[in-house]
Design a protein around this ligand. Structure first.
Ligand code: TXA
Ligand code: MG
Length: 349
């Protein structure tokens, strides 16, 4: 299949009537699959009402069929069409964070969406993305759009159209190239079907931000205990792993350098994931810094590109610094720990 690529400037007025947006929206209406940018990562969009369209998403990604998709909407009216009831706390969160990187899980209304979207669950995950291209594409299509991250299953999520092309060219109808995304890690997934909402996946909206609006929230126990079964089916799969084995290093720079030296003296090519602050202190074959300790949003924004860059290099092993687990750092560390398959080395020099 030929994959069309439309270059679209997200800052122009009236995007909804832009020929590229209209053409890509028409493809969505014809049950084809189109990738588009959101503020978090690129999504792989399909008509959420159509089994035929949604099946194509699972096929293109190689995604297990028990892993439900997030439905993307552009208005509250669209939400009311697809969910049975909207809890009070969900209204408050929407007022504060939508459009934005917060996905809310609610009871689905039967008969409105393809059952494949929700993997047979009686709940649906919904979000309104904060990106002019995503919003205008959804509006132009007039449809709720099911969209997982636009990567091959298991790979880091795409933060540029190039990443999407690398994974999916020839397998999908089109890609709307709107430049690099901003947040860099995916949305926070919050289960609102229970009295005390539960964070199933940390992401762009932090724990602290959510608690400031609705009071106490819980975190899925599986986020801290690697052997517990997660409530978001997607959280149980291996994710984000680069080809070379990755180890997280809990310790100072001298200790990390010692690990690098040992592997290099064994003849291995060694990569380091560093903060920009420490980037020039390491001597290794490759040192890549996704961002700065002084602003963890920059680390989130650069993380997946860093992991993908290592795949293009011939590193045999990668050591990564740890980042503070506060604010957006919780999501950063959640993804890094997964990418490393929980392999951590601890020490100081
Ligand atoms: O930022 C994002 O959320 C991006 C952009 C494209 O919007 N999308 C994204 O989708 O990350 P995906 O499919 O890669 O991750 C969706 C996560 C999965 O872990 C999935 O299992 C979970 O949300 N999920 C979806 N529906 C659910 C439901 N009804 N109950 C529990 N978890 C659900
Ligand atoms: Mg994903």
């Amino acid at each position: 299949m030929e994959t069309k690529v439309w270059l679209v400037d997200k800052n122009v007025d009236n995007l909804q009537s832009y020929p590229q947006i209209i053409e890509s929206a028409e493809l969505l209406g014809a049950n084809q699959v189109v990738a588009f940018p959101t503020e978090t990562v690129y999504g792989l969009g399909a008509n959420a009402k159509s089994d035929e369209a949604v099946k194509k998403v699972f096929e293109a990604k190689g995604r297990p069929s028990d892993n439900p998709l997030i439905v993307h909407i552009a208005s509250k009216e669209q939400l009311i069409e697809i969910v049975e009831e909207i809890p009070k706390k969900a209204w408050k969160l929407m007022a504060e964070f939508w459009p934005g990187p917060l996905t809310l899980i609610m009871k689905r209304k039967p008969g409105q969406l393809s059952n494949i979207v929700t993997a047979g669950l009686d709940t649906v995950a919904v979000r309104m993305p904060n990106h002019p291209i995503a919003l205008s594409l959804i509006k132009a299509s007039g449809l709720p759009i099911a969209a997982p991250s636009a990567n091959t299953s298991g790979k880091p999520s795409p933060t540029s159209a190039k990443h999407v092309e690398d994974d999916l060219v020839g397998r999908i109808a089109g890609i709307v190239d709107g430049g690099v995304t901003g947040v860099g890690v995916e949305s926070t997934v919050l289960d609102c079907t229970v009295d005390v909402p539960v964070i199933l996946r940390p992401g762009g909206v932090t724990f602290e931000q959510i608690e400031a609006v609705i009071g106490t929230v819980k975190q899925d126990v599986a986020l801290k205990h690697k052997d517990a079964a997660p409530k978001a089916p997607g959280m149980k799969y291996t994710h984000y792993a680069p080809k070379a084995p990755l180890f997280l290093v809990k310790g100072n720079q001298a200790f990390l350098q010692k690990l690098v030296n040992e592997k290099r003296s064994d003849g291995l090519k060694v990569g380091v994931i560093s903060s920009t602050e420490h980037q020039h202190e390491y001597e290794a074959d490759y040192v890549i810094a996704p961002g700065s300790l002084a602003d963890l949003h920059t680390v989130a924004a650069g993380l997946y590109d860093t992991l993908r860059q290592f795949d293009a290099l011939d590193a045999d092993i990668i050591f990564s610094e740890m980042f503070p687990e506060s604010g957006i750092g919780v999501a950063v560390m959640n993804r890094l720990v997964k990418a490393a398959g929980h392999q951590t080395i601890e020490g100081d020099l």
